[in-house]
Write a new protein. Structure first.
Lengths: 216, 274
């Protein structure tokens, strides 16, 4: 039976650009396929070309190395950027700090896909939390809130600061209910006895007072 | 003398019987096989796999009239990238199958789903097994021992994509949130101006309630003008609360006062716009 025949496939007419080595769909074949199909194939080919370029930049044999150990170069660069951003923050130069954190975040986002996602998460959780702080110091609550939320999502456990910052930004914008929900979720995940849970609890009291005030 | 005619009868009977049974059986089997193949596939077409094989089978364009230069074959890097993409999609599918298996077998036991669905599932499972084995073999053909790590890499790639999408989703809301906050900030400031105007306008009797509420408002205005922490929170909140209070029918006096305030405020606002 041919039910699981591994050798059956739908052939797509592909075309190799001889100079750039980019693969594209042959233009003559787009007629007898639906547009959504063509779009899907094109998207896939774009991803493929990106990946190909990423692979070319590797050392021979041009295959992604196993996830561990990680190439230390990028981590070092990210750390450098983070340190300079931290110094800028300490000098109360918040706009500059936010800019530098943004660079560091872009750098961490640019990690090749085959490197372990846990590492990326860890790094970005810290960077987002710090950028949230930099935005908060400039009273840019919406940006701070989103960054803190990103941080929390990257690393829900042991990230009390980011929980607090997200809730604080929401509270500053007068979104008490959202803030309260966030704090409660944070407390649930962090545990009531953890290190920063006290800060969260005090903020929760403040938020509850805010809710009461807004409803009277 | 043997009676040939009479002897033929049982043989003819047997022949007809066996013949009809054989026809029936072959027809039945054929139909069953057709039904099995016509069962809908569990997954949609495997695009990455199609691309990979298309690349493998891509005939180099017919050599040009001059034979000095052969048209370049597909570079190995492209094939490796395609194989990696294929592995990523395979991981996704294997995970899906694994998560569905338990639920599906439970449903099957209870008789909630038909046998067809189970057949489709089993077929998909078998296909994926073959597919994974094939990918590993291909990977080993490119670079020895790549087969051991290709799925690890593919797994990380998949997770990274998921994670990055989440982050982008959050960050894409920046503009929206910013606009919302700018608008809200403007209304809050309008609120302050109204309160201030109202305070100066209604120094009349019965304003005892307003004056008591507007004095913290003054402080609040200061609070937003100069960056503060902590203490500013309750203050920033107040305009909102006063707005809520105006919509909720409280005591009659209050409602009247608020209405008056709003009228005064709107007049001022119009003036301000001019």
């Amino acid at each position: 039976m041919a039910t699981s025949d591994i050798n059956i496939f739908n052939q797509h007419a592909l075309h190799l650009d001889p100079t750039s080595k980019a693969i594209s769909l042959h233009p003559s074949t787009t007629t007898h396929q639906s547009t959504t199909q063509t779009a899907a194939i094109n998207a896939e080919l774009q991803q493929l070309n990106l990946l190909h370029r990423a692979l070319i930049s590797l050392d021979p044999p041009n295959i992604p190395p196993p996830p561990l150990p990680v190439n230390p170069k990028r981590s070092a660069q990210i750390n450098k950027l983070r340190d300079s951003a931290n110094t800028a923050f300490r000098k109360d130069n918040y706009a500059e700090a936010a800019r530098l954190y943004t660079y560091a975040i872009d750098m961490a986002m640019g990690r090749p896909g085959w490197e372990p996602v846990t590492l990326t998460r860890e790094e970005l959780a810290g960077l987002y939390a710090n950028r949230a702080q930099a935005y908060m110091s400039q009273q840019a609550w919406p940006e701070g809130m989103l960054d803190a939320k990103c941080s929390v999502e990257s690393k829900p456990m042991g990230n009390v600061k980011a929980w607090w910052r997200a809730a604080r930004c929401l509270a500053e914008m007068g979104r008490w209910e959202e803030s309260k929900n966030l704090i409660e979720r944070g407390l649930e995940i962090e545990g009531k006895n953890s290190e920063g849970a006290k800060d969260l609890s005090t903020l929760l009291e403040e938020v509850e007072a805010g809710i009461k005030r807004s409803s009277t | 003398m043997v009676d040939w005619v009479n002897l033929m009868v049982p043989f003819a009977y047997l022949g007809v019987l066996i013949g009809s049974l054989a026809t029936f059986s072959s027809l039945y089997r054929k139909r069953k096989a057709r039904k099995a193949t016509s069962l809908e596939a569990w997954f949609p077409a495997h695009l990455q796999r199609d691309v990979y094989f298309s690349l493998l089978h891509l005939d180099p364009p017919a050599p040009a009239s001059s034979k000095e230069k052969k048209p370049p074959a597909i570079p190995e890097g492209v094939l490796k990238a395609a194989l990696l993409r294929r592995a990523t999609e395979d991981i996704k599918r294997v995970m899906t199958l694994r998560s569905q298996k338990q639920a599906l077998s439970m449903l099957l036991q209870r008789g909630s789903v038909g046998d067809d669905l189970w057949q489709r599932f089993l077929r998909a499972e078998k296909e994926m097994e073959d597919e994974v084995r094939d990918v590993v073999a291909e990977a080993n053909a490119y670079v020895p021992n790549w087969g051991q790590t290709i799925f690890q890499s593919a797994n990380e790639m998949m997770n990274n994509v998921i994670y990055r999408d989440r982050m982008e989703f959050h960050q894409s809301k920046v503009d929206e949130e910013r606009q919302w906050w700018d608008k809200k900030k403007a209304t809050i400031q309008d609120g302050f101006m109204k309160e201030l105007d109202a305070e100066s306008a209604t120094a009349a009797p019965g304003a005892s309630t307003t004056s008591s509420s507007s004095s913290p408002l003054l402080k609040k205005l200061d609070a937003t003008a100069t960056p503060t922490t902590g203490s500013s929170t309750p203050a920033v909140k107040t305009p909102d609360s006063s707005r809520v209070a105006s919509s909720v029918p409280g005591s009659d006096d209050d409602a009247v006062l608020v209405e008056a305030d709003e009228q005064a405020g709107s007049k001022k606002k119009k003036k301000g716009k001019k």
